[in-house]
Each structure stands twice: as structure tokens, then as C-alpha cells.
Design a protein around this ligand. Structure first.
Ligand code: MN
Length: 503
């Protein structure tokens, strides 16, 4: 590198970056020091589950042989003209409404840049007139994250750089697959309302649940159906300033998203504390190194020269159509959580039940007048297994009734539930098969009286206050009943008998 080039290189974070890595700061030290907070905004690209592409009749499907799902429009051949996919517009409106956005007349724009995976040399997107604006998402925590916009665009092709690092600069050659070129995308841009990695993950998880619920996308990270870019900056806690942000590109799992944000925020704080500042730039998450790395600088970023696409007319959804789409929306995760909370569930368990798509089981218990909190204990703790989604609600309702009525102990109920999932059989017949018949509390009491009569000294010490002897009596009765006694009922009986015996 020549000297003049060196001098021209903009002052960047690279040197301090190196210092951070050389100092070997372990990941657990990435927490921000007191007095700092994170400011995070997310841009999420969602591939829409249409049959065909955004502007052509080529098939929209993941995983085909390269370049088998293309059309002259996808290849940008001269003389071709795009035609808007009405289904993609409808799915985009569904998501917009589910995100509490205003749906408006919108205009497609050309975003001009050169890259081989985009043979037209422009991407059709939306710029100053996006379809959906001004919405919000409410997270299970109750915190609302603002949505600035959710606009339609087309995906680009996929390039594979063939070389040791898989990066373009040391590739021997590159391959391009245009199957993805022209796949309909919705880009959802949040306000910088997110305050930490856990909240960022919760936001993306909620967004994923919403796009899947409304049938707009399969929401699969692993197939690139959802791709997240994170804008990260930091500021003194409690201030409302917006400092220089860095954009972390294409993080491809929720776990990586959290790690990338944590690393990047800490890097910014360290720069400020060293008297430096971050530069606005695009950065990439290095999963193995556990750090972000500088990409291109936004200060030198290309000008996209946006202008309205003259080949496409504006899309102006009629209020009637929008209201029809709104009326047909399925219950959304937030409403489903609220329904369970209204039925008597605690908010944390209700959030897990909806996330696992098992809230229908707890609602069935509620509809039958059953014990909803007890049903949620099973859903949260005992149904994290394959096949739980196929569990028969009637059988589940019956199981919870038997348990609440004392016919089954909680341990027995858990065992039977597992067998219901694996065998598809009902709880009553399984209980009989295991000999888990109802243990009458009258029977238990006479057995307990016999045990007390056999152990007069221990009983007297228990009555006098030697609490650990409770375990001895409980153990004796469990032995006598072969474990069928309900521990809670035994404890109640012991307490009653002790109260009577106490002078
Ligand atoms: Mn985009």
C-alpha cells in the first residue's frame, strides 16, 4: 500500500477493534458498563409464500436445481416488462395490518446499483411511497416496538464465490443462481426502539410468529425466508440522542443476532471511552470469531439514484379490499396470549403456550371449566416433545380433570401424558393399566392411623415439633401404597392429625 493511500484511509475503528480482540476480552465481559444503553433498529426481509415471483410467472420455490426457475423478466432481458403479483400485494397487506400499519397507495421505485446477482442493475423496491407505514408490534413483555414501514420489493439472485474464504475478493470464480431473483420480499423496518439483544430476539420471534400466522411466509431462517439486518448504536442511559450507528448484515439465526448486537454495542462503548467514535459503516458478523468485521463504509456508499419505475403503475388498494383482508385475518399471537391470560393463565406461561402453538389445549381446559394453571404446567414443562401438537384436546382436558380431582398425582399425570402423546390413547384407560386408581382419602387415613400406631415414639417427637419426621411418615405411606398416594393429601392428613394431637 502506498503512503498516500495510507494517509487517505479514513480513520476507522480497525485499530481499536484489534486492541479489543488482542486484549482477549471474554464474551461474558460484553455487558455494557453502567450508564450506557443500546439503541437498536431492525430491518427484516421476509420472503412471501406466493406460487410465482413478484413480477414474473417463474415459480417461487426454495431448493430447486440452480437456474431452473427463471423467466426472461428475472434475467433482465431487453424488452421484458414486469407485472405485479396481486397475491404478493395481498400477503403484504395482511402483514401490514397485523403490524397495525396504515395501508396506503404506493409506488414501485428502481434502486440502482451494479451486482452480478441482479442483471437489470436495479432492484425494484419502494422508496418514498411504501405500502405499509406507521405500525407497531407488542412483545410478550408488553413493550411496543414501532414499525416505520413495511415495503414490497424483489429478491436478488444468489452468488457463490468459489475460493477458500467464500468471499468475493479471493474467489477464483463465482456462480450465480437466479432462482431467487424476483422472489417477492416484504422489508419490515422498525424504529430504533429496541434496547437489548434479548428484546431484539423477542421482536424477530414475534414477527416470525405473525408472518407465519397470517400465511404470508414460512418464516424459515435456515432457508433464508427471514433475514435480519441490525442497526446498532449506544448512548448514555436515559438520553434521547441518536449516535452513529453501524449496520450488521444478514445475521442468520436468533442466537447470532443476540451475540452480534452484544459485541457491537460493547465495541461502540469502548470506542467512546477511549476518546474515539465509531464510523458509520456496514459490518458483517463473524460467527467463529465471535465478532463483527468492517464491510463497506456508508460514507463512501453508492448513491442508489432512486426513481419511480416507469414500467409499473402505482398500487392503490381500495378501502373495501383492505377491510376484507383485515376481517379475514386469523387470531394473532398477541390476541391469543391475551385470551389465555383472561382464562386465568400467568403471562409467562401463556407466552410459551402460544409460541409452541399449544394454547388450544389450555383453552379447551378453560372451556370445560377445568384448571387452566395446571394445564399450563403440563404445556410448559411436560409437552416439549414431538407429537405434542397432535395431542387430542378431549383427552388432555380429561387428564387435567383427573389430576385436579385427586385421582392422579402430578407425577402420575406427567407419566400418563407422555404415554398419551406417544400412543394416542386416553388417560382413563392408561391410569387403569398402571393401577393408578383413585386413592380414596378415607383409605389413606386408616393406613396412616395404622402406621402411627406402629411408631408411637416417632409420632410423639413429630407432634412435639421434630419436623423432619414428616419425611418418615410420608415414606411409610408411600411404601404401603406403592407410591400411589398423593403427597399433597398425605401432608394435609399429617398436619390435621398433628393439630389434633397437639395439647
Ligand atoms: Mn431491502
Amino acid at each position: 500500500m502506498n503512503d498516500w493511500q495510507h494517509n487517505d484511509t479514513p480513520v476507522s475503528s480497525t485499530m481499536l477493534d484489534a486492541w479489543r480482540v488482542d486484549s482477549g476480552v471474554p464474551p461474558e465481559d460484553l455487558d455494557l458498563p453502567d450508564g450506557w444503553e443500546m439503541v437498536i433498529g431492525l430491518e427484516v426481509h421476509v420472503e412471501l409464500a406466493t406460487r410465482t415471483k413478484m413480477f414474473s410467472p417463474a415459480r417461487n420455490h426454495f431448493g430447486g436445481e440452480p437456474n431452473t426457475m427463471v423467466h426472461p423478466v428475472c434475467l433482465g432481458l431487453p424488452g421484458t416488462l414486469p407485472v405485479v403479483n396481486g397475491r404478493a400485494v395481498e400477503l403484504s397487506i395482511r402483514v401490514g395490518l397485523a403490524l397495525n400499519c396504515t395501508v396506503q397507495r404506493c409506488v414501485f421505485a428502481r434502486k440502482n446499483y451494479f451486482y452480478p446477482d441482479m442483471p437489470k442493475d436495479y432492484q425494484i423496491s419502494q422508496y418514498d411511497r411504501p405500502l405499509n407505514i406507521n405500525g407497531w408490534i407488542e412483545l410478550p413483555s408488553g413493550h411496543r416496538i414501532g414499525i416505520e414501514r413495511a415495503h414490497m420489493e424483489e429478491d436478488t439472485g444468489k452468488s457463490t464465490h468459489v475460493g477458500e474464504s467464500g468471499r468475493i475478493h479471493d474467489a477464483g470464480y463465482s456462480l450465480v443462481d437466479y432462482n431467487r431473483a424476483g422472489v417477492p420480499l416484504l422489508e419490515i423496518v422498525s424504529h430504533p426502539d429496541i434496547r437489548g439483544p434479548e428484546e431484539a430476539k423477542a421482536y424477530v420471534a414475534e414477527l416470525q410468529a405473525i408472518v407465519v400466522a397470517v400465511g404470508a411466509s414460512d418464516g424459515k431462517f435456515e432457508e433464508g425466508s427471514m433475514r435480519v439486518d441490525a442497526n446498532v448504536s449506544v448512548r448514555p442511559a436515559g438520553s434521547d440522542e441518536l449516535r452513529t450507528r453501524c449496520e450488521i448484515k444478514n445475521v442468520n439465526s436468533l442466537r447470532s443476532l443476540g451475540r452480534a448486537i452484544q459485541y457491537e454495542a460493547r465495541r461502540h462503548v469502548d470506542l467512546y471511552r477511549a476518546g474515539d467514535r465509531p464510523v458509520q459503516e456496514t459490518r458483517h458478523w463473524d460467527e467463529e470469531g465471535g465478532r463483527t468485521r468492517a464491510g463497506r463504509s456508508k460514507e463512501q456508499a453508492e448513491d442508489y439514484r432512486y426513481f419511480a419505475d416507469p414500467d409499473l403503475v402505482p398500487v392503490d388498494p381500495s378501502p373495501t379490499w383492505v377491510e376484507e383482508i383485515r376481517a379475514a385475518l386469523p387470531p394473532l399471537p398477541r390476541a391469543r396470549r391475551q385470551a389465555l391470560i383472561d382464562a386465568g393463565g400467568d403471562p409467562a406461561s401463556c407466552a410459551i403456550a402460544v409460541e409452541r402453538d399449544l394454547d388450544g389445549l389450555a383453552l379447551a381446559v378453560s372451556a370445560a371449566g377445568g384448571d387452566v394453571p395446571r394445564s399450563l404446567v403440563h404445556i410448559v414443562n411436560n409437552l416439549v416433545v414431538d407429537g405434542a401438537a397432535d395431542l387430542d384436546p378431549t383427552g388432555f382436558v380429561e387428564l387435567v380433570r383427573m389430576e385436579a380431582g385427586g385421582e392422579l398425582t402430578s407425577t402420575q399425570a406427567k407419566q400418563i401424558l407422555g404415554e398419551m402423546v406417544s400412543s394416542g390413547r386416553g388417560p382413563a384407560e392408561l391410569a387403569v393399566e398402571h393401577g393408578f386408581e383413585a386413592m380414596d382419602s378415607g383409605d389413606l387415613e386408616s393406613m396412616l392411623d395404622a402406621i402411627i400406631a406402629d411408631h408411637p415414639d416417632e409420632w410423639q417427637r413429630f407432634v412435639d415439633g421434630e419436623a423432619k419426621l414428616q419425611g418418615v411418615f410420608t415414606g411409610q405411606i408411600m411404601k404401603a401404597t406403592q407410591g400411589k398416594a398423593d403427597g399433597k393429601v398425605v401432608a394435609q392428613l399429617l398436619a390435621q392429625k398433628k393439630a389434633i394431637a397437639t395439647p
